[in-house]
Structures are given as C-alpha cells and as structure tokens.
Design a protein around this ligand. Sequence first.
Ligand SMILES: Nc1ncnc2c1ncn2[C@@H]1O[C@H](COP(=O)(O)OP(=O)(O)OP(=O)(O)O)[C@@H](O)[C@H]1O
Length: 263
Amino acid sequence: MKAEEHLLEVKGLRKHFSDQKDGPILKAVDGVNFHVERGETLGIVGESGSGKSTIAKMIMQLEKPTEGEILFHGKNITSLTNAAKRKLQIIFQDPYGSLNPRMKAKDIVTEPFFIHEKMPKRERYEQALKLLQEVGLDKEHLNRYPHQFSGGQRQRLSIARAIALKPDLIVCDEAVSALDVSLQAQILHLLSSLQKTYGIAYIFIAHGLPAVRLISDRIAIMYKGEIVETGTRDEIFENPQHDYTKSLLAAVPPSHPRLREDG
Ligand SMILES: Nc1ncnc2c1ncn2[C@@H]1O[C@H](COP(=O)(O)OP(=O)(O)OP(=O)(O)O)[C@@H](O)[C@H]1O
C-alpha cells in the first residue's frame, strides 16, 4: 500500500431510488465522503433510514452507486480481482439471513476456501476447528446447523466465516443490534481482539452511539443521506458540533463502560 493511500476511500457517493419512472426521487445516500485506514474502526451512526445500509451494500457491490466511487487499496471496487475481493467481507445483523440453514458450521466457515482454493478434507476439518475456536466456539459446534446455535453463537459463527480469508476490512452492518447488552459487549470484545491479532479494519454501522463508542476510533454521524459530522471518538463524545450529534448523545447513558482505554 502506498503511503498516501487509504485502505478504503469513498468519494462523492450517491444512491437515489425512484420507485416509478419520473416518480419522486429518494436520496438514500447523497454525496458521502469518508475513508478507513488499515486496522482502524470507523463507526457510522444514524437513525433508521439515514442510508447506512445502502452505503454498506454499495461497498459490497450489492447496490450500484448513482454517482461517486469507492476505492479499496486505491483501486475502484468494480475492477477488483476475486483475490482482492476476498479481503472485503460483511457481517449482517441477522446471521439467519446470511448463513445457509442447510449447512453445518464446519462447512459454513470453510466454504470461502472452496470458492477460492481447493483444500484436502483433513485440512478443511482443522481449519474449521481453528476458526470456530478463534471466535469462542468449539469442537462440539462443528456439526451443528445454524438453528442449533444461540443468537450470540450464531453471530460468532458468521464472524468465523468472515475472518476465514483474513480480510483487511469487515463491514459490520448492525452486527450486534439484535443482541442483548451483555452479549453485545462479548461480541465487541471478540471483534476488538480479532482486530488486534489480524489488523482487520471495521466499518461498524449502528443506529445508536453506545455500541459504536465501545469499538470505534473515529465516528461518522449520518442524517438523511449525508454525513453531518466526523471526528475521533473523543471529539464526537466530548465536543459534538452538530445538533443531531448532540441529540444522539443526549440518549447515551453517561457512565457507559469503555471496552478500550487505549484509543
Ligand atoms: N432498493 C430500494 N428501493 C427503494 N428505496 C430503498 C431501497 N433500499 C433502501 N431504500 C430506502 O433508502 C433509505 C435508506 O435506507 P437504508 O437501509 O440505507 O437506511 P439505514 O440507515 O440502514 O436504516 P436501518 O437502520 O433501518 O437499517 C430508506 O428510506 C429506504 O427505504
């Protein structure tokens, strides 16, 4: 990576939807710029409908931008090779929607290897066990199907799958929002420890500030399709500039515990 190059750079990104031809245009994302550096976490916070998931979908090429560009390692994402694409992964709020219900955990976590490379059966088993152990699961989970896991375990399973190919960036789209607060903290700890081990960067999307505060180095605040404010975690929490950021902060309990004291 060149010194001046960001891991991910989003420039002038817009997504406008229109249900009918010549009908009203919904500006879901309307001129968004941000960047993510290697190994850091950028939180993106905003109310429901502010455009967060649409940004995630455009980064993963599930939606085509109306305008603007997204660079990963300095290259437009539309021109990435399969090998480069494997370095960009996503985790969703509801792992039920993203994990194949008919596949066992061992096959779910090693499937990414089969898409990209061949692997002998024995090695596949060992890789599956290693991946499950990395996310706090174990041998007894290898042969279980997604519905046989608890909500927190299922999210661990989707994290194991996301880290299988050692990505540089994982987009976490409301990844802990469906979990209760103590489970959220456990998953955030897991994500932080994987970040320390592998230098993974995260875009951590959430509708409220508490979870984002625990994990983010920098935070972007979204309102109606635009980023209204970006700053380090301390800048956002201690010196918010925008009225919408202030209203989000007013909803955060004052003594929320911090996961990381170093950032
Ligand atoms: N495929 C689509 N067609 C039309 N409108 C869409 C489409 N996808 C999203 N939208 C609209 O774009 C806006 C932004 O949606 P988006 O899902 O990005 O918001 P969000 O901030 O992620 O919300 P949430 O926190 O509820 O997931 C919403 O008004 C939504 O209804």
